[in-house]
Write a new protein. Structure first.
Ligand SMILES: Cc1cc2nc3c(=O)[nH]c(=O)nc-3n(C[C@H](O)[C@H](O)[C@H](O)COP(=O)(O)OP(=O)(O)OC[C@H]3O[C@@H](n4cnc5c(N)ncnc54)[C@H](O)[C@@H]3O)c2cc1C
Length: 405
């Protein structure tokens, strides 16, 4: 039995741990036609050891769920780093970076995600120094290519202590592998409150179109969600070339985020992801503290679920570097998140959009138009109202958000 077995009970999350754990390197990871990473098995090399299915979410009959009563026992913190430069370069309160640096100082090898423009992708890489962790700053809202870094963890987890930052589905699979090896206590796992990952064709097309627009063959840096207009303005993508901001997307009509939040072209597994809606695998989960409470904050506030004792100790250790660290109630935060929610994409529309996205000659806006055409009148009115909001100054928008949520 291997990862291709028909007894799977769920769709593939694209986490890539199946390939990383394979002792015979019989599994490779390839992009499928729709732009999602999938395992491919070389049957000639496979010895049916079954290890790939043992760490896989698709074959798990009962992933551990966090009961609401247990959730209340997990400290939820609203936290912000003191360092202003760090806040400028990170997505919410800069906590991931402080944790990574602390973990490096404690002797852990960190695995986090950087953006690699030469391959037009995000990828997990190994960091052994604080300096190397700088590339992890900022969320890249696409599925990372993770196989080499995860394989390094699998091969070295007995002699090295690892701290891994990743999406809930990736952290789920790593936790299961470490539990199988009885090494879970040696590692620190940090995951994210996660909306999901869109087809990689969305980002590929977006970046190609921006490169054409600004007449540049490459980006030096991409801020998938810059704070140039404040923390709440997450429709802004800034691309830096030769030290200058060469492109800032309009928050009113950013095509990448329109498709990201359409929920129509996310990985199939994202629609019903259980890993997103449980806190049973990570030591810490990080997110944006959306909701009314911090809506007028322009620098960024992280939501930190300090799940395990190790997670709580780490938060205590980095506390001197924080300008804010307030314990908050879950109900001030959770209603603004995808935690506990399923998405219901329209299957015909999804197919149409994915077909448009995979056709090289078709521009990204065609998929956006297909989505808009499918919207009902109330949805169109809501979209129009949101777009109008962006004509107001950022501070006003923040105040309106703090009133209406
Ligand atoms: C695909 C995706 C969806 C998300 N959805 C939500 C959401 O719905 N709600 C919410 O509150 N927060 C969401 N987040 C998390 C949020 O964007 C911030 O990462 C989080 O608030 C931590 O911010 P920070 O300032 O502490 O760290 P940042 O400086 O923003 O650091 C980000 C950390 O995440 C890691 N990372 C970056 N990109 C990826 C990636 N593609 N895959 C795996 N790990 C990555 C980096 O290694 C780094 O450790 C999402 C993140 C991603 C990558």
């Amino acid at each position: 039995m291997n990862i291709t077995d028909s007894s799977a009970v769920r769709p593939c999350t694209s986490c890539q741990m199946c390939a990383a754990v394979c002792p015979h390197e019989a599994i490779s990871i390839q992009l499928d036609d729709d732009g999602f990473y999938r395992p491919r098995v070389d049957e000639a090399r496979c010895v049916d050891c079954n290890l790939c299915t043992k760490v896989c979410y698709r074959f798990d009959p009962a992933p551990r769920r966090t009961a609401t009563s247990d959730l209340e026992k997990i400290p939820l913190l609203a936290a912000t780093a003191q360092d202003k430069t760090l806040l400028d370069e990170t997505t919410s309160g800069g906590i991931a970076d402080l944790l990574a640096r602390e973990l490096i100082a404690e002797g852990y090898t960190c695995i986090g995600v950087r953006y690699a423009d030469e391959d037009c992708r995000a990828e997990h890489v190994i960091a052994k120094t604080a300096e190397e962790c700088t590339a992890f700053r900022g969320s890249k809202y696409i599925q990372a290519y993770s196989l080499p870094a995860f394989r390094h963890l699998v091969n070295h987890c007995r002699e090295e202590r690892f701290a891994v930052f990743g999406t809930p589905c990736q952290i789920y699979a790593i936790a299961r592998f470490l539990e199988l090896r009885r090494l879970r206590d040696r590692c620190v796992l940090v995951d994210l409150f996660c909306h999901g990952c869109p087809s990689l064709h969305v980002w590929t097309k977006y970046s190609q179109e921006v490169k054409q627009l600004i007449h540049k063959p490459h980006f030096d840096r991409v801020d998938f969600r810059s704070k140039v207009k404040g923390w709440g303005y997450f429709y802004v993508v800034v691309v830096v070339v030769d030290g200058i901001k060469a492109f800032i997307s309009s928050p009113r009509k950013d095509e990448f985020y329109t498709l990201f939040f359409s929920d129509q072209v996310l990985n199939e597994a994202c629609s019903t992801c259980i890993a997103r809606s449980t806190l049973s695998y990570a030591d810490i989960r990080l997110g944006d503290f959306w909701g009314r409470k911090y809506a007028t904050d322009m620098q960024g506030v992280s939501a930190v679920a300090a799940v395990t004792r190790k997670g709580q100790e780490l938060m205590e250790t980095i506390r001197p570097a924080l300008s804010r660290c307030d314990r908050q109630e879950w109900e001030t935060f959770l209603p603004w998140q995808s935690y506990g929610r399923d998405y219901h994409p329209d299957h015909t529309l999804r197919r149409t959009m994915l077909d448009l996205l995979k056709t090289p000659s078709v521009p990204l806006r065609s998929a956006v138009k297909a989505f808009y055409r499918h919207q009902t009148m109330p949805q169109r009115l809501k979209r129009f109202a949101k777009q109008m909001l962006f004509y107001f100054p950022p501070k006003w928008v923040a105040i309106i958000k703090s009133r209406i949520g």
